[in-house]
Design a protein around this ligand. Sequence first.
Ligand SMILES: [Zn+2]
Length: 433
Amino acid sequence: MHSYAPDSQLNSSVRRIGAGERFDLVGASVWSGSAWVENARMRIVDGRIESVGPIGSSPGADANHPEIGLDGAFLTAGFIDCHVHLTGLDGHDPFRRNIERYSSVRLVRAVRDAGAILRAGFTTVRHLGHGDPNQAEALKQAIDEGLVAGPKMLTSGWALSQTGGHGNLHAWPYSLVEQLRPRSAFCDGPDECRKFVRRILGDGADCIKIYTSEGLVSSPDHLIDIPNFTAAEIEAIVDEAHRRGVRVAAHATGLEGSMLAVQGGVDTLEHGPHDIDDDFLRLMRSSGATLVPTLSVFEWAASSEAGSGVPAFAAERARRWLEGHRRLVAAAAQAGIPIAVGSDSGAPPRGGRNAEEILAIARAGLSPALALAAATNVGAEALGLGGDVGVLAPGARADIVAWSRDPVADIGVVADVSAIRLILQSEGLKKPW
Ligand SMILES: [Zn+2]
């Protein structure tokens, strides 16, 4: 086990566990998902949890397993952010946001951002497009190789938009949008949609991201209610992905686009509608899809001030939608729909503050235990990584955060980096297929 170099962007509390290492974490309280197991011994072997239980239960101390004392600490699984954009976006200028003279500078920024996200206790993220997929793949590989510090990544390659859909940038000539694909690639018709899924997976992506409605930053307003992609296109995308054991994430903010996506079989609904009805809740419930409400990005945009870089129309729209999004989260929780944490953040000011999403969904009505679950086991299940990450149980990866204060008694602790005593990170990530 080694610390990252002190001159890296990380503090020394982040440790990466290599193959062949065995040790015990001793004396901490361990979150089981529903209760604290106090004064515990957790045995780590080869980067995985071999056993966990109260000290005194088997196994006992053993000279082959050096002990790391964590008296007074509270252990949770490393957090999972199901919706990030690790592509080094810088600000909200409509041109610089999407095109820069030296595009590789984005990868350098992404390295900085990945370190900040790991340092905040997030050990796994799903990157959902924007920017050059090669840069995201390169970052994922560099993190896996231990060259740079960051969370383990699942990547989506290009997001997929219908021609002229949410992948469009309304301030640009459309021919340039098609050529440079700043937000997505474009495909139309079930056959072409299926082909793009094959291409993206051929390029090394782990999941698929599609747009089935416009979004907060799209103008004009009336487009929000017009679904992107037909039912047949969505079904072709989902069918091709699922045949390969790959999950599909759908961005949607309109109700009809959300319903179409879920009816088409997507695995996660990103953002979700702000004007829900009982039919939507019933559909979500019966589909088994997970809601990733990205509430904190709406809160952030709604509270942004002139000059912050958030377009004025988007800030106004966020203020208009915010109560509806909070109602969506509360109603989904009430209906038993799985809710997972996705911050929709990339670069600072929000990148590295991913835990704000945990607080946002807690404020919307989730208990601290449910909010923690949204950041751990529910997120893992949504990504196809259930049992591998997101739980502190035998067989799971030793992706662990040791907190100096109890995050269940005070959920605010999760957003306080100074409350982190230790972050353990296992090497490598089992692909979801
Ligand atoms: Zn996003």
